[in-house]
Ligand binder design. Structure first.
Ligand code: GDP
Ligand code: IMO
Ligand code: MG
Length: 429
């Protein structure tokens, strides 16, 4: 059995798509298990840039089978757009190689409208969601009135959909938000969804059999540890479970599947966040502009899904240790080390001062961090361009020192260091 799980160790956008693409070369199945099109995973291959929101990033490798698990919330409209874009870019998308769980929940236009109306009603306390309807879709799931992929196949789907839209209109009315045109929305939605029926499969059974037969499954996390509904910076989180254990529930696998699993936490060499919420190591100085970039390069810190500028700061070692603990990380993967080249000094947060005491681990959960002041260690930077480095010995000594310090702080070995967005710009340790 071989299950490998790739998890965001921060607030999302760590470069999971880029890493999954790299690791998928050795995987039979690549499976998404949480979230929906709030995710934006970028894969660069040659002169092509793929921006994946729903389809697992491993699809770009022709030998893989891509799976969308029961833990996901799927907007059929965005999925079909993404399938079309992938096909035009030369990626084969067919029911033979893209399998969707019948238990995955559907996102409808009503969920999107409710997401935006809820955010508007929150005013200054808004979460800064992606507006993709994620929260309302998971709310419907938890309140046991959601629509699922399996419902697409049922003769009464049209009625269920109309009831759902009418119900949403009542809530939108209470929020004084514009209501939906039920008939028009239902017709257009039915047209889209009917095209997905062929892709529905019992993926839980398929993956469990594959693992038993010795095939390899790469689970692709969306969002990041600190956006987890339970373990993140609540309430500034997403509405799904993003930590490693949800790879099992979100794909329908048993605990035995994880016995020898590698759990790989992806972290940038610095810290970013998009949307509201606490961020102890956030900086707004010249160094921030340097970390964020201007938007000129495709990898600059502007959201893949919404285009919003990301907040930036120094790497937070306390939160990284937390991510190691709540996910059970076996390996670290560091991305964007190349961005730090040319910075004279690099700060690394190694502890927090709370009530005059220095701590290295979070006493409560991550939601307590707004009261914490970061304690920094300052390391010397390096001037060399590292984008062409492929061997540890060729990395500048100061870059090696920085990586070694991160690994020691996290008490976890580093498996890969990414030095650019391209598939081959990577260093295996
Ligand atoms: P994800 O959501 O975790 O998959 O990450 P995103 O795709 O939203 O954002 C990561 C961005 O950084 C993308 O534009 C990637 O192409 C880019 N990227 C990933 N790794 C590296 C790296 O090592 N160096 C540079 N310069 N860019 C990278
Ligand atoms: P990937 O998979 C970064 C953030 C939003 C907002 C909060 C809630 O690309 O790393 P939601 O729409 O989920 O209800 O928004 O979560 N968020 C992400 N931030 N990367 C993501 O995904 C995110 N998905 C959601 O910005 O703060
Ligand atoms: Mg992203």
């Amino acid at each position: 059995m071989s299950l490998n799980i790739v998890i965001g160790a921060q607030w999302g956008d760590e470069g999971k798509g880029r890493i999954v693409d790299y690791l998928a070369a050795g995987a039979d199945f690549v499976a998404r298990y949480n979230g929906g099109d709030n995710a934006g995973h970028t894969v660069n291959v040659g002169n092509k840039i793929f921006k994946l929101h729903l389809v697992p990033s491993g699809i770009v490798h022709p030998h893989t089978t891509a799976v969308m698990g029961n833990g996901m919330v799927i907007n059929p409209r965005t999925l079909i757009e993404e399938m079309t874009a992938l096909r035009s870019a030369g990626v084969s998308i067919a029911p033979q190689r893209l399998h969707i769980s019948p238990a995955a929940h559907l996102i409808t236009p009503a969920h999107r409208a409710l997401d935006n109306a809820n955010e508007a009603a929150r005013g200054k306390g808004k979460i800064g969601t992606t507006g993709r309807g994620i929260g309302p879709a998971y709310m419907d799931k938890a309140s046991r009135r959601g629509l699922r992929m399996a419902d697409l196949l049922a003769p009464d789907f049209r009625d269920k959909l109309r009831d759902h839209l009418l119900e949403a209109n009542r809530t939108l009315g209470l929020l004084t938000a514009p209501e939906l045109e039920v008939d028009a929305e239902a017709e257009s939605y039915l047209n889209q969804t009917s095209r997905l029926a062929l892709y529905i499969r019992d993926v839980a059974m398929e993956l469990s059999l594959a693992l038993k037969q010795g095939q390899s499954v790469l689970a692709e996390g969306a969002q990041g540890t600190l956006l987890d509904l339970d373990h993140g910076t609540y309430p500034f989180v997403t509405s799904s479970t993003t930590v490693a254990s949800s790879a099992l529930t979100g794909l329908g696998l048993g605990l035995d599947a994880a016995r020898d699993a590698r759990v790989m936490g992806v972290t940038k060499a610095f810290q970013t966040r998009v949307g509201s919420g606490p961020f102890p190591t956030e900086i707004k100085s010249k160094a921030a502009e340097r970390l964020r970039g201007t938007g000129k390069n495709p990898w600059d810190e502007f959201g893949t899904t919404t285009g919003r500028p990301r907040r930036v700061g120094w790497l937070d070692g306390v939160l990284l240790r937390y991510a190691v603990r709540v996910n059970g990380l076996t390996d670290l993967i560091i991305t964007k080390l190349d961005i730090l080249s040319g910075m004279s000094k690099i700060k690394l947060c190694t502890g927090y001062t709370v009530n005059n005491a220095l701590i290295h681990d979070l006493p409560g959960g991550a939601d307590g961090i707004s009261a914490c002041a970061p304690d920094y260690e300052e390391l010397p930077g390096w001037t060399e361009d590292v984008t062409h480095v492929r061997k540890w010995k060729d990395l500048p000594k100061k870059a090696q020192k920085y990586l070694e310090r991160i690994s020691a702080l996290a008490e976890t070995p580093i498996k890969l260091v990414s030095l650019g967005p391209e598939r081959e710009q990577i260093l295996e340790l």
